[in-house]
Design a protein around this ligand. Structure first.
Ligand code: FE2
Ligand code: FE2
Length: 396
């Protein structure tokens, strides 16, 4: 009888052990699958934001904290929240500001800190407790070359000690966050180099005509301000900046004798100059990442009423970005000196632009443009584009 009960007990204990082992194996498989998902999102070419969302998604579904955040050390050496889950912007700002010393110690020691229960008098942790969190974890994110880059923070409303298995998962996720941050920095640097190179190229081309120096940069800056008002994404703004810098690059094929001519142009010279929009588009055509930019550049001299070139399209048929460039281009042209007249004042140029709204220029873009504070832009840049804004110039 006793032996029988013992056998049943042993058998039950074995079943429990097996079930526990199966649960651990299932958890391990789930964790591995989540890590693989994160790896795939990093390698998939998703945007940095997309990768961070994928990481946060897998992280919260695996560990189920009440809130979480990824913070990085920014260029000013303070902590900035990159992404958070279930935390307010106000809280994120506050945590970044007041917890600098705390995060520094986590980063310096390169060790995960798990406060199971925040006690009453732990100074800066009061902010966390005031949000209703009792438990807190902060784990260092180490980037390539062993550089501490940020911290992963997890918050719980109940006392929580993370298991060894969970801490291992956090370590694995953090190493992936480190890779994603490295990748984002690299992409940012490449973009900076791209913009710097394109700006240098635009300036080099403008050197052929002293009346156009600084024009492309001014057009790009103005266009970015309009894009900001229209709430373009960072990617859209970035592309529009390229378009502003490259819109007149086709002038490279226009002979200097025509570009620098101060007297009236012949019909043939006009024809050559007008080709620059198509040539600008052709020059950027082989650059795969600038496909959309190519079209915006081609149409930067189209007019709202269809009287522009090269295709004579009108209104909404003209790409929005081309309509933005057209307004900025007109302003830059009018506020630059000419061989035959001085630059218009900001006030006069704005009045001229308002006069042609709904005729040559998109009235909606003109109204946004007129609401901009142009003090932030480089002023006094010279430009010779009378040939491109005939009607506006005729009024000037
Ligand atoms: Fe142009
Ligand atoms: Fe231009």
């Amino acid at each position: 009888m006793y032996t029988g009960i013992l056998s049943i007990t042993v058998a039950l204990a074995s079943v429990i052990v097996i079930l526990k082992l199966m649960a651990v194996a299932r958890h391990n498989r789930q964790h591995l699958s989540r890590l693989q998902d994160i790896d795939r999102s990093i390698l998939s070419g998703l945007s940095h934001k997309g990768v961070m969302h994928a990481i946060m998604d897998r992280l919260t579904s695996a560990l189920r904290p009440d809130a979480a955040a990824i913070l990085v050390v920014d260029k000013q050496h303070s902590m900035k929240t990159v992404i958070s889950d279930n935390l307010s912007n106000k809280f994120n700002d506050l945590v970044g500001k007041i917890n600098n010393g705390f995060f520094s110690s986590v980063l310096e020691n390169r060790k995960t800190l798990n406060i199971t229960r925040i006690s009453e008098d732990e100074g800066f942790l009061d902010t966390i407790r005031n949000e209703g969190f009792i438990s807190y974890l902060s784990a260092p994110i180490i980037a390539k070359g062993g550089v501490p880059t940020g911290v992963l923070t997890l918050y719980s409303k109940k006392p929580r000690a993370y298991t060894k298995q969970e801490l291992t998962l956090i370590d694995s996720i953090n190493s992936r966050i480190g890779v994603a941050l490295d990748r984002a920095q690299l992409v940012e640097r490449i973009q900076e180099i791209n913009i710097e190179s394109v700006r240098a190229l635009a300036e080099a081309i403008e050197l052929r005509d002293p009346y156009t120096i600084g024009h492309s940069i001014q057009v790009a800056n103005l266009a970015m301000s309009i894009a900001q008002e229209l709430e373009f994404s960072e990617r859209e703004k970035n592309l529009l900046e390229f378009a502003g810098l490259l819109h007149d690059i086709g002038k490279i094929i226009v002979p200097e004798a025509i570009l620098q001519k101060s007297s009236v142009l012949t019909d043939e010279e006009w024809r050559i100059i007008k080709k620059h929009a198509v040539h600008s588009a052709k020059i950027v055509e082989p650059i795969k990442n600038l496909r959309s930019v190519q079209n915006w550049i081609r149409h930067h001299h189209e007019q709202w009423d269809g009287s522009g070139y090269p295709d004579g399209i009108s209104a909404d048929k003209i790409p929005l970005q081309s309509r933005i460039l057209a307004v900025c281009d007109a302003y830059s042209a009018m506020t630059g000196d000419r061989p035959y007249r001085k630059a218009l004042s900001d006030k006069d140029a704005r009045r001229e632009i308002a006069n042609v709204a709904g005729k040559q220029l998109d009235p909606k873009i003109v109204s946004i443009f007129l609401s901009l504070d142009l003090q932030i832009h480089e002023k006094g840049k010279t430009h010779k584009e009378g040939e491109e804004h005939v009607d506006i110039e005729a009024k000037a």
